[in-house]
Design a protein around this ligand. Structure first.
Ligand SMILES: Nc1nc2c(c(=O)[nH]1)N[C@H]1C(S)=C(S)[C@@H](COP(=O)(O)O)O[C@H]1N2
Ligand SMILES: [Mo]
Length: 315
């Protein structure tokens, strides 16, 4: 009897698999499209409006980005269902335009603003970041976005503003996942003020130089590259400044599994699996996992935010 699970190398040697993928790519065949169900929604970059010339950010990783198809067809967005292809399949009816964002809490400037108006003063940059999901997969995404801190400062947070929280829109008529209580809607996430002001944190409005697909969080989503993906809340309609640590959806649903901080940390395991390695999406299911880096590769930039904190306790 076979005691060990079948090794991937016995089924499809990695090199053969990768070469097959390269051959298909060279022939102009998208491997994502090949694996998409025949009846399903597909997605191509050309369906989305271009954002024009973007400033390239020196804060980008030099890792090779995933394809547009990978990024826009393998998603976590529970408002549209729990499966990775559900957000693409079920988000077609979602209307990200027109959009407004409410700013409230501990700030001098509060109110509800049209999205165009709050974004207007900020030049959009391209930031290539690795998104590391708590489920131990990752992908590399060329985001288009603006530094979060630059936008927040315009609302003049008061000295009482110690945290900033974000809420996803609630629209069950367009978001079928919200018709069931799979999470406590609205999806909520938060950052400590100094984290929110860090130049690496951005609000994204696009991928691959084009408007955000619905399944990636149109029209506005957070991206915090040193934290697990669940912090990067999608389709934001409210931003609040608070004095105390805010309620956050995943932390409230399973506090032993999802901390408030959610910093990528290969040394602190999830209670049900190791966080030491990750599976890059798009490399093929049988490709080797790669090591996860402390703070997702940004230890030099962000470790100072957590000096003196026990990261196994504040996970
Ligand atoms: N509103 C909302 N935001 C969300 C989620 C969600 O279910 N709802 N999933 C999170 C998780 S777990 C991840 S890994 C990222 C995935 O972003 P992507 O689909 O653009 O790769 O979105 C995050 N933001
Ligand atoms: Mo995630």
């Amino acid at each position: 009897m076979r005691k060990q699970p079948i090794k991937s190398s016995e089924i499809t040697p990695e090199s053969v698999y990768l070469n097959r993928r390269k051959l298909l790519q060279a022939a102009g065949i998208s491997t994502a499209a090949l694996s998409a169900p025949a009846w399903g929604q597909t997605t191509i970059a050309g369906d989305y409006a271009s954002l024009g010339e973007l400033k390239k950010s020196p804060l980008s990783t030099d890792a090779e980005p995933n394809s547009f198809e990978d990024i826009a067809s393998y998603n976590n967005f529970y408002e549209f269902g729990l499966g990775k292809s559900d957000p693409l399949q079920n988000s077609e009816k979602f209307k990200p335009k027109p959009w407004s964002v409410t700013i409230d809490g501990e700030a001098e400037v509060t109110g509800t603003f049209a999205l165009e108006d709050i974004l207007k003063p900020h030049p959009v940059e391209e930031r290539i970041y690795r998104l590391r999901c708590v489920e131990a997969w990752s992908m590399v995404v060329p985001w288009a976005g603006i530094p979060l801190g630059d936008l927040l400062k315009r609302f003049k947070p008061t000295s009482k503003a110690k945290y900033v929280t974000f809420e996803t829109i609630v629209r069950p008529s367009e978001m079928p996942g919200q018709r069931r209580a799979t999470l406590d809607w609205p999806y909520r996430e938060g950052l400590r003020m100094d984290e929110a002001m860090h130049p690496l944190a951005i609000l994204a409005t696009g991928i691959y130089g084009r408007e955000l697909p619905n399944q990636n969080g149109a029209p506005l989503r957070l991206v915090v590259p040193w934290k697990y993906g669940f912090k990067s809340i999608k389709s934001i309609e409210r931003i609040s400044f608070t004095e105390t640590e805010p309620y956050t959806t995943w932390n409230a649903s399973a506090p032993q599994e999802y901390g408030f901080y959610a910093n990528v940390n290969p040394e602190v395991d999830h209670p049900r699996w190791s966080q030491a390695r990750e599976r890059p999406i798009g490399a093929g299911f049988f490709a080797s996992k790669i090591p996860t880096l402390m703070f997702n590769g940004y230890a030099d930039e962000v470790a100072g935010l957590y000096t003196g904190m026990d990261l196994s306790r504040y996970y």
